[in-house]
Design a protein around this ligand. Structure first.
Ligand code: FAD
Length: 440
């Protein structure tokens, strides 16, 4: 039986102007902006649209306190977000009520001063505020700490809505999405992209966008290229509806949350991650040693069912071993319930009106990390026609629209409207790897 495209139920074409591998927010946004430019686009998704990180994110959309290389992209990105609901013709729960990072101590407050000064150079109105100003912004918070970093124009949106909205609109413009259909190989002629082989047929094309999230390193490995990408597991919960706590996206006292229009919270232990030990964790270990050291108190290493599953998947007769690009189609990613309990208890302590808070739903997602904390975007010199949109390092929901737009420009115009030099794949050549300076 032929595989039919999601939404439009059309069969797989034999050629396209561009094929996108992965239907997370980078893939869906790229498809939309390419289709808007009139290109024939096919998106291959081994499982389902936004089934991985892009449907599991908290939903913070932040320009402030980023790596300076990302700031110009996010300034342009926020402009796209402001228009997105009307452009895609649907509700995304978008709002721009600000973002607050509470300082843990005076040293962090001093670091915030540096971040705020850097943001102001770019024209972002981030500022350090006093405990009194924190209390004025969030009156229900019992402990405003030593103060915080405040960005009044930062945003938030609902991750479960955004990628499907991009995909639907891209489909209206002619893009074809194939769910449950992985990319398994790229054919090359004279080194350049000539076709993408999918589980349901081959599509001739000169352009491929690699937006496979935490699996991108597998595709790059298949092309003989080393992408020093790692995975870390973030846990998140959705609570029962609560009385209004704040419309601000909040991080502080070891938790992060945003309150949704129905009163429920997306809630997590702030910046705490689990690393499931599998053999893949060792492949780029050397590149990650500096950031692992910097984040040692926030990282827990786990030997668990994921470790066992990984070993089983290496048995030569398993599909995961035979189709390495698709590998684990729907990986099991266990939520860390200890982190869920910690976050709930901390919320109840900080907000007396949150009494009776419960987790209605808890989940985790495998975030794809790069050792220097910024994504890998743009063309790859070794494979003409291959464009990367990956390695978003835990903050790629907010970057999705601008990454999609810039990726479309690389393909449609031959160059992006913003400088992507800092994000080039070649920065990893010869083991030259920096240190992450960003928040997840
Ligand atoms: C719990 C959690 C909270 C987060 N919170 C935030 C936040 O508040 N703000 C923020 O900006 N970011 C946040 N992030 C990070 C953000 O979600 C990611 O950076 C972003 O979604 C990455 O998008 P992506 O499209 O690159 O990857 P993904 O969404 O992971 O999509 C990649 C897709 O590629 C598919 N794929 C893989 N291999 C193949 C193949 N061979 N063929 C076809 N398809 C393939 C996968 O199935 C997957 O659907 C969070 C992440 C998590 C997990």
């Amino acid at each position: 039986m032929p595989v039919l495209s999601t939404f439009s139920q059309l069969p797989m074409p034999t050629e396209a102007d561009a094929v996108i591998i992965g239907a997370g927010i980078q893939g869906c946004a790229s498809a939309y902006y390419l289709a808007k430019r009139g290109l024939k686009v096919v998106v291959l998704e081994k499982s389902r649209i936004a089934g991985q990180q892009s449907g599991r994110a908290w939903g913070f959309v932040r320009a402030m306190d980023r790596d300076p290389a990302e700031t110009p992209l996010m300034i342009a990105g926020l402009k796209l977000w402001q228009e997105l609901e009307s452009e895609l013709g649907t509700d995304l729960e978008w709002r721009q009520d600000g973002n607050l990072f509470l300082a843990g101590d005076e040293a962090e407050l001093a670091r915030f001063e540096i971040g705020a000064a850097r943001d102001r150079i770019f024209g972002i109105d981030t500022k350090v505020i006093t405990p009194q100003e924190v209390s004025a912004l969030i009156p229900g918070l019992v402990d405003p700490g030593p103060g915080g970093l405040w960005g009044p124009k930062e945003g938030q949106a609902e991750p479960r809505k955004v990628s499907p909205a991009f995909a639907r609109k891209a489909t209206e413009l002619g893009a074809l999405f194939f769910e449950g259909c992985g990319a398994v190989a790229i054919d090359r002629q004279a080194g350049a992209v000539a076709a993408v082989v999918s589980e349901a047929g081959t599509i001739r094309t000169k352009n491929v966008v690699l937006a496979a999230g935490a699996s991108s390193f597998r595709v790059m490995h298949g092309l003989g290229l080393f992408l020093p990408q790692q995975l870390a597991r973030f846990t998140c919960s959705r609570t029962n509806p609560l009385p209004p706590l704040s419309r601000i996206a909040f991080y502080g006292h070891h938790i992060g949350f945003r309150q949704r229009p129905d009163g429920s919270l997306n809630l997590a232990e702030e910046l705490k991650v689990d690393v499931d030990l599998t053999l893949d964790r060792f492949r780029a270990l050397r590149s990650f040693l500096p950031s692992l050291w910097d984040n040692r108190s926030a990282t827990t290493f786990c030997v668990n069912s994921v470790t066992v599953r990984d070993l089983l998947h290496r048995l030569p007769w398993r599909p995961e071993a035979r189709i390495p690009w698709v590998h684990d189609r729907d990986p099991v990613i266990p939520a860390n319930m200890r982190r869920v309990r910690n976050a709930l208890a901390q919320l109840a302590r900080l907000f007396p009106t949150a009494v009776g808070v419960q987790a209605v739903e808890s989940w985790a997602g495998n975030v794809d990390l790069m050792p220097d904390g910024i994504p890998v975007l743009g063309p790859v010199a070794q494979v003409p026609g291959l464009v990367l949109a990956t390695g978003l390092t835990g903050h790629g929901f907010g970057m999705g629209p601008i990454v999609g737009k810039l990726t479309s420009e690389v393909i449609a115009d031959g160059k992006p409207s913003l400088d992507l030099t800092a994000f080039r794949f070649s920065r990893y050549a010869n083991g030259k790897i920096g240190r992450s300076t960003t928040r997840y």
